[in-house]
Structure formats: C-alpha cells, structure tokens
Design a protein around this ligand. Structure first.
Ligand code: PMP
Length: 437
C-alpha cells in the first residue's frame, strides 16, 4: 500500500532540477520543517492569491483548482472574508461566554442533520473531531474495537492515526483495530457491494470478539476518498451499519470530505445511504478556510462522556468561527451550490467517461457530485503521478487516491462550472494523448 503522504509528493532529491529561486525556497523549507516537509508535484507550486476556482502565481498565471475542498464555496469568497473579519474586529472569545452567533450557527447546522442528533461539540479540525468521536464511542459502548477501511485516513492525533491505515509507512494499525476492504463495486451492477461490506464488518466484529475486544464503532469516510472514491450504489452502507448496531457498536460517519453538499444530491454523504449515524464528524469545508470542525451526536452519548471528563476546546466555536460557518451555509443555499454540484458533477462524470472510451488507461470513472475518482490501469501510482504532473504543467490541479495510488482524485470547489469541467477534460485528454505510447 502507498502511504497517503507519498502520493503526488515532491521528491527533495530532485531539488537541483528546479530553477534557482524555487530551489532556494524548497531548501529553506526543508531546513525549517525537516523530515515533515511535504510538497505536491514534481515541480512545487507557489501561489500569491486566489479567487473562485482559480489560483494565481506571482507571474499572474492562473491554475484551475480541481483539488481543494476546503474553500468549498470558492477561494476567498468575499462574504465569508467579510463576515469573519467583521466579527474578529468586534469580539472573538471562547465558548465559556454567551454569544448569539454560535447559537444561531449550532441551530442552523443541527437543522441539516437527522433530529436524533441533537447536540454539537465544536472543534478546530477533522482530526480533533474524530479523536473526540472515538472517545465518545468507547465511553458509551464500553468497546475499544474499531473497524476501518483499508486505505482510510481519519486524521493525525495518536488515536486517530491508529485507525488510519493510509498513514502507515511501516507496520500497521494496533490490536484494537480491524481493517476491511474498500467497498469496491467489482460486480457489474454493484449489487454485491453491500453484502460484501456487511459480511466483512461481521467477520471483523467476530475476530475482535475472539481477541476479547468488544466492537466500539465502525467509522467510514462516507465518500471513501482515500480508499479511491466509492459512492455507488447508494444504500450500500446500510447492512454494515445494522451489523455494527447488532453488536452494540456505534456508526461514526466521517463527513470531513463528503459533507456540506459535496456529493450534490444530499447535504451529508451518509444520507445517500439512508442511514442515521450515531456520531457525525466534520471539518475541512465548514469554514471555507477558517479552521472549524464539529462532532454531532445524540445527547445521551455526550452525557456519558461528560460524566467522566467533559469537553472544552479554546479555539473552537468562537464568534468569528460562527460568522464564517454561517456565511458558508448562506452561500451554499443562496448561490444554489448543491444544484450546481449535482449538475456540473454529472456533466464532468459523463465527460470523463466519454474520455475513457478513447483512452484505455482509464479503467473506471466513479463518484457523486463534485467528488470524482478516475481509476487508471495498471494498479500502480506511477502512471497517476505522470498524469497529475502532466495536468499540473497544463495548469490544472488534481490529486491521487486509492490503495495503490492509481486513482485520480477530482474534488474542486462547489462553484466549479461546466466551462471549468470542460477545461479539465480537455487538459486530461491532452495529457493522456501525450503519454500514450
Ligand atoms: N477525516 C477525513 C476523511 C479526512 O480526509 C481528513 C483530512 N484529510 C481528516 C479526517 C482530518 O482532518 P484535519 O486535517 O482537518 O485534521
């Protein structure tokens, strides 16, 4: 398996190939960040400003962003910038003081979720959200066992790295974690996906049981992004969630990637599958760049946890975060971004599939809304890396995913237009044609 941070990563050994100014910047950074310095592309990028779906370098060159999901309503959206700035200039304190903005935001956010999920705890990142979710599940169920998919990434704390198989460069998850296959639709109509997933979850529960570990939770990223993007058929999660519930475990929906309208037809990824999670975690797009995350759950689950240690997070849920979060919800609604995601996502999916008819290296195109995976054959990251760098040379930005790193990950801001989609398709066509033998 290819560790997630190695996908589409710049190789420092190639610094000498860069022009003098860029090489000096990379060396300076390597000296400061050391072994933890990670850059994208074989020719790293440096941007000075951004707007909508475009990123600009110092020379004014525009790059089409088909990768970044944090600026979900578009880079530097003036309404979010203005709302957060105005609040920062008025007052910004922690949540142990009353402020109406965070109450308004919490009400608006909870209204997008199933009514049973009545409480929210704010965090600053997806990692913090998942870390708290694991603690809630362990406390409520008394079970330490966690089931995850093979190339899942759920964040960077110690507890969350333990349930992120994609993070391991050596070894793998510890004894309380069971790893199951990604929900690959290998049967032609995808009908076997739900049954295969549920039977793997059941086997994992039994295996935990044999080791004397009770199942605490199944956690999935509901668009299976780092696994290689698996969306269909909708509903395939249901039987797996039922199996976990029968074993006394909880279902944690990690919505850091799929949430906030990304999949087009539903606001949350889990809703495509007709399931109600016990815990929902979120982050990335929530503040369009302002660091925000949240855990939403049933009151009794939070009560069990707060009877032992409780939860407070200094930088989470501040009035400025609430202002940013509220304007993100407003813009998604008022600019019709879910309808746009559905329409442009469908257009992009169809165009990429059409490309697949002419380029045999495209094995499958799949996804939902503006989350699309293009699986290349053979199953190795070498070709995907060349394609991603070929697109980067044509000023179109995408990423990689999947156990073998052979899936092109396309995940633009939700204001991506049909014209942007056509630009991406034409650039991919040109890149694949240039690589063909
Ligand atoms: N869950 C998923 C599915 C993610 O993709 C990520 C980040 N890529 C996280 C959690 C962690 O979020 P953060 O980087 O904000 O801690």
């Amino acid at each position: 398996m290819k560790p997630i941070l190695d996908l589409n990563a710049f190789d420092v050994a190639a610094t000498a190939n860069l022009d003098a100014r860029l090489a000096s910047s990379v060396r300076r950074r390597s000296g400061l960040f050391g072994a933890a310095s990670v850059l994208f592309y074989d020719h790293p990028l440096e941007f000075v400003r951004a707007e909508g779906c475009w990123l600009y370098d110092a020379a004014g060159n525009a790059h089409l962003d088909a990768y970044n999901n944090v600026p979900c309503v578009g880079h530097c959206h003036p309404r979010i910038v203005e709302a957060a700035a105005r609040q920062l200039a008025a007052i910004n304190v922690n949540t142990r003081y009353l402020h109406p903005a965070i109450l308004d935001y919490a009400e608006r956010l909870l209204a997008t979720l199933p009514p049973a999920l009545g409480n929210v705890a704010f965090t600053c990142t997806g990692s913090e959200s998942n870390d708290l979710a694991l603690r809630l599940a362990a406390q409520f169920t008394g079970g330490a066992g966690i089931i995850v998919t093979e190339s899942a990434y759920h964040g960077n704390t110690a507890a969350v790295t333990a349930i992120s198989p994609a993070s391991f460069k050596r070894g793998g998850p510890p004894a309380h974690v069971r790893v199951i296959d990604a929900p690959r639709a290998d049967s032609p109509d995808g009908s076997a996906v739900a049954a295969a997933l549920a039977s793997q979850v059941t086997a994992a529960i039994d295996d935990l049981g044999r080791a004397g570990i009770r199942c605490g939770a199944l956690i999935v990223d509901t668009i299976f992004s780092s696994d290689g993007v698996y969306a269909d058929p909708p509903g395939f999660l249901r039987a797996a969630v039922e199996a976990v519930h029968r074993a006394g475990g909880l279902f944690i929906a990690d919505e850091v990637q799929a949430g906030f309208g990304r999949t087009g037809s539903t606001f949350w990824g889990f809703a495509r599958h007709g399931v109600v999670p016990d815990i929902v975690t979120m982050g990335k797009p929530m503040g369009n760049g302002h660091p925000m995350g949240a855990v939403v759950t049933r009151p009794e689950i939070l009560e069990a946890f707060c009877a032992t240690v409780g939860y407070f997070n200094t930088f989470a849920g501040t009035p400025a975060a609430a202002a940013a979060g509220l304007s993100v919800l407003d813009v998604i609604e008022q600019e019709g971004l879910m309808a746009n995601t559905h329409a442009v996502g469908g257009h992009l999916l169809a165009g990429l599939r059409e490309l697949g008819l002419r380029h045999p290296v495209i094995r499958e195109v799949r996804g939902a809304g503006l989350y699309i995976g293009v699986e290349l054959t053979p199953r190795s990251d070498a070709l995907a890396t060349r394609v991603i760098n070929g697109l980067r040379a044509r000023r179109v930005l995408i990423g990689a995913a999947g156990r073998d790193g052979n899936v092109l990950k396309i995940r633009p801001p939700l204001c991506f237009s049909a014209v942007h989609a056509d630009t991406l398709i034409a650039a991919l066509d040109a890149t694949l044609s240039a690589l063909a033998p």
